[in-house]
Design a protein around this ligand. Sequence first.
Ligand SMILES: *Cc1c(COP(=O)(O)O)cnc(C)c1O
Length: 366
Amino acid sequence: MKYPFLDLRRLHAPLMEAEKEACARVIESGRYLHGPETAALESEMSRMHASRECVAVSNGLDALRLILRGYIATGRLSPGDEIIVSANTYIASVLAITDAGLTPVLVEPEEQTMNLSAETAERAVSGRTRAIMEVHLYGTPARHSAIREVAARHGLLIIEDNAQSIGASEHGTPTGAMGDAAAFSFYPTKNIGAVGDAGAVVTADRELAAAIRALANYGSDRRYHNIYQGFNCRMDEIQAALLRVRLGHLEEDRARRQAAAAAYAQTLDNPLVVPPATIDTMTQVWHQYVVRCSRRDELRAYLAGQGVGTDIHYAVPPHLQPCYSTLSHGPLPVTERMADEVLSLPIATVTERQAREIAGIINNFK
Ligand SMILES: *Cc1c(COP(=O)(O)O)cnc(C)c1O
């Protein structure tokens, strides 16, 4: 492929020496868990997110699971409670809900942001609803200011799935510091990626943070004293050290993605292909650059023939997966159409010039 969809080696190349040095420092330190790198990463994440508390954990799915189980442990959610979530999310959002014995209520996203719609969310509120899971998909924030009003009217918690949008904001408020608690993923392909699995929870709620810290460490609040039947969901010190290097360059990475997205937006000009919306009240961080096309599979094959790698996020929504064949939900035609139309273009490492070239190739698709 002349334009690979994603090349993780190339993504790491500019910082490779600093990353190796960080890893070597950990190996030589003899501290591999619960050490100074994890503590420093937590305080750096905290500083980025309105001084909320941060708990570094094993991965993004565990971050979501720990938030929900932390709310159960502290008596604010109970098994069977309903959590509203957009139906076009990545399946991990829904897996965390069912894992905790809670009930996902899948609702249609809005067309423009491809995120939760405050209106459909409000229509889905029932007597059992206790929380809204606000997923910031593809690097675009959900419309938090509208969703927050719905949550306030009905006394609901807002849990953010911020796996894809670290560094984004709406009206100046960063994603991850909008709701009651937020989950982050540092999966290798995310905007800040580890060399393996890692994740984090950010919350202003000290009681929840303490419960999550204990749950992630065998349920233990101090050595050999277990207040919960917990798990092992810790972040490795070596990942924390490497992530600190990446986090220190978040702004450069974001600026590069924004420049490539702007080049796509300026150049794309094909009535068959709908580019993603640029929203002026938001800072979007372009985890994915997702266009829509009713002849998506043909477009994808055409692009592959022209040397352009693409991917689909996501071809099969959670409610159509075999594991959720018995999950009840209403009709979800918008979600199903999006799944048939979305196509992710290269964004993580493309230059502005490459984005213009790829857009030019798309403009010739008939
Ligand atoms: C990646 C992702 C997750 C899960 O994160 P992992 O670190 O892979 O466990 C959860 N939600 C969304 C929206 C994601 O994109």
